[in-house]
Design a protein around this ligand. Structure first.
Ligand code: UDP
Ligand code: MG
Length: 315
């Protein structure tokens, strides 16, 4: 029997990209020597993407669609995909075609030749991204890798091929704070990295803005490292030590040179500075407590509203 390839495509309001996405992906998959399924995850689209996906699924036996009950975010949509694929190999693609499906045959070939568990796709050029975004991305990886106990490879998104072993490993991770990039790296396994040129979106706009990216960055750091908590301890010890020295200095100064009252501005400066430092420390602490709180509720990562495929429909 032929081996099977599954392709996961998360979709949130991508009505303009979907037709061409479906066509390009299908064109590629028809020409490889594997049977295939395409699993679209509709992550609470409100622009008509859902109607289009339903149409694909009812016309084409190879297509399945999982409709989530609302917008849960790309990370959750990917979890839904990973939980439901059945192929020997799984590839994750973005619906906006920033990850060219034409690279799939090459990914399969590399997997076979090197017999690795995961083929990662590294972006060579970030087309259509500003200098600022490139620079911030670079710094983010530097900090993240310094802080976490395993390496999260740079410039690698969700576009990847995984075999059954890697998919099974992903299914074992129960956390609700899903920083997929980190989770993918956490499982380890034999990997091989291919380089590719990431395209601009075919249509529509990216749903990530800078604030969201910053939040994602902090999410990444706090999900895989408790170093920030330790930093606030170090910083606390350092300021306490400096305060202590300063206290001694003032006592000696008063004993030997007498006291003249001025010093109000410096006092205010020190108070506001320390106040700020304390708030940051509490904020960091709160972040981790919040994460723990969310995890303890053990709510599901996503909820499925409906599962649509031609086979299921005809039964
Ligand atoms: N996406 C999703 N849920 C969301 C946001 C995005 O499933 O809440 C999908 C989106 O449809 C696309 C992919 O995730 O297929 C990547 O999204 P986007 O292009 O906005 O992000 P970027 O390319 O900047 O990573
Ligand atoms: Mg995109």
């Amino acid at each position: 029997m032929k081996k099977q390839l599954s392709v996961i495509i998360p979709v949130h309001n991508e009505v303009e990209s979907l037709d061409i996405c479906y066509k390009r992906v299908t064109d590629v998959l028809k020409n490889i020597d594997l049977s295939y399924e395409i699993l679209f995850i509709d992550d609470g689209s409100t622009d008509g993407s859902d109607l289009l996906l339903r149409k694909f699924a009812l016309e084409d036996e190879q297509i399945m669609v999982i409709f989530l009950s609302r917008n849960f975010g790309k990370e959750a949509a990917l979890s839904a995909g990973i939980d439901h694929v059945s192929g020997d190999y799984t590839i994750i693609l973005d619906a906006d075609l920033q990850d060219p499906p034409e690279l799939i045959p090459q990914m399969l070939k590399v997997q076979k030749e090197k017999s690795v568990d995961v083929v990662l796709m590294r972006r060579k050029h970030r087309v259509g991204e500003s200098y600022f975004k490139k620079q911030t991305a670079k710094w983010f990886y530097k900090i993240l890798n310094r802080l976490s106990s395993f390496d999260i490879p740079e410039d690698i998104g969700d576009f990847r091929l995984m075999n059954k072993k890697a998919i099974d490993a992903m299914r074992k991770l129960p956390e609700r704070n899903r920083y997929t990039k980190g989770l993918f790296a956490w499982i380890g396994m034999e990997i091989y990295i291919l380089e590719y040129k990431r395209d601009s979106r075919v249509a529509g706009v990216a749903k990530q803005n800078y604030l969201k990216l910053f939040e994602l960055a902090f999410e990444g750091i706090s999900s895989f490292s408790i170093q920030p908590l330790r930093f606030s301890i170090y910083f606390g010890v350092l300021t306490a030590f400096l305060g202590f020295i300063f206290g001694f200095y003032i006592i000696f100064k008063t004993l030997f040179f007498g006291e003249n009252v001025p010093g109000y501005p410096s006092l205010v400066a020190v108070i506001t500075f320390l106040g700020g430092v304390q708030l940051i420390g509490i904020g960091i602490l709160g972040e981790y407590i919040g994460k723990t709180y969310i995890e303890t509720k053990t709510r599901p990562i996503y909820l499925v509203k409906e599962f649509v495929s031609k086979k299921a429909h005809n039964e």
